[in-house]
Design a protein around this ligand. Structure first.
Ligand SMILES: [Zn+2]
Length: 307
């Protein structure tokens, strides 16, 4: 049987927001079973809380922003990826500003922070969201689909309109180990030619050589990549974080072409919509293979049925 997990103790870190450029202190706190990931803005008078769910996504422009009752938290995706990648179900994220700290632009510092806190087993059983029917979301130039499979797999392709980058494609069986070793440390990226336009729109104000791969006309401007295909691996990281808005690890094969937060969020919302139509979702005893090891051994799965 697989149990839910929370943190053993409170941990904190400081940084600046990638888009706001503002300093922020973040605390990760233990939380009760079945509470999921909840964000709390402690800089506001009423300490508003926002549950991480697909319905709370309010903006997907260059980052995933959630909001409720007019209060928002920006750029949650790398932190969410660390949570799902390491197998953390219930956590309260306290922030004293609007945006999660950028750290080095990847999920690795968050993984390390969670490891410092330690994981504590809780009484409640963990459930998985096992996809039963194909779900496809398409735009003119990009697409994402999820199809049933016995474990979580991601195939992600990006076509970069840049001579030094070209096409990049990866295929992963997502396991906890592979997440930690091959995905978590992959950093966000930006093109130098876009910086002015981003800043005009009040985005990327905290971006620097320290928290993003910066790409100029001739290629990467700030040192070596951590992986030859680090950019598309980062897209996988974003996808895992965005899909964790569903509150449970998803089991299915995801195939994405040229996607981003917009399509990730639409996929999450569509899966949620189908779940809600079919509730109460059936519970199965499927053995979910690699995604399950070693911390994530499922006993039950919620199934997504066709609408
Ligand atoms: Zn990202």
């Amino acid at each position: 049987m697989s149990h839910q997990r929370t943190l053993q103790r409170v941990v904190t870190c400081e940084g600046i927001g990638l888009h706001t450029g503002r300093p922020v202190t973040m605390a990760l706190r233990p939380a009760p079973s079945n509470s999921g990931v909840v964000f709390k803005r402690i800089d506001l008078p009423f300490a508003s809380t926002i549950e991480a769910t697909p319905a709370h996504v309010v903006d997907v422009n260059h980052a995933t922003t959630i909001g409720k009752d007019g209060v928002t938290v920006r750029t949650i995706e790398h932190l969410m990826a660390a949570f799902v990648g390491i197998g953390l179900d219930n956590v309260m994220v306290e922030l004293d500003a609007e945006e999660v700290p950028a750290m080095d632009g990847s999920a690795a510092p968050f993984v390390e922070l969670i490891r410092q806190a330690g994981l504590k087993r809780q009484m409640a059983t963990r459930t998985f969201l096992k996809i039963k029917e194909r779900v496809v979301i398409e735009t003119e130039r990009s697409s994402i689909q999820i199809v049933p499979s016995k474990r979580l797999q991601v195939i992600y392709t990006m076509r970069f309109d840049h001579p030094a980058l070209g096409d990049q494609s990866v295929a992963f069986d997502i396991t906890r180990e592979r997440f930690a070793e091959e995905i978590a440390s992959c950093r966000t990226y930006g093109f130098l030619k876009d910086v002015e336009e981003l800043r005009r729109r009040n985005l990327g104000l905290g971006g620097s050589f320290d928290n993003a791969i910066v790409i100029g006309d001739g290629g990467v401007l700030n040192g070596d990549l951590r992986f030859r295909d680090e950019l598309v691996r980062h897209k996988v990281l974003d996808l895992l974080g965005d899909l964790y808005l569903l509150g449970r690890p998803v089991v299915g094969t995801i195939i994405a072409h040229g996607a981003g937060h917009y399509l990730h969020a639409r996929l999450a919302r569509e899966i949620q919509r189908r779940l809600e139509l079919e509730l109460p979702a059936s519970v199965s005893g499927d053995v979910i293979e690699r995604w399950a090891r070693p911390l994530l051994q499922p006993e039950r799965s919620l199934e997504v049925a066709p609408s």
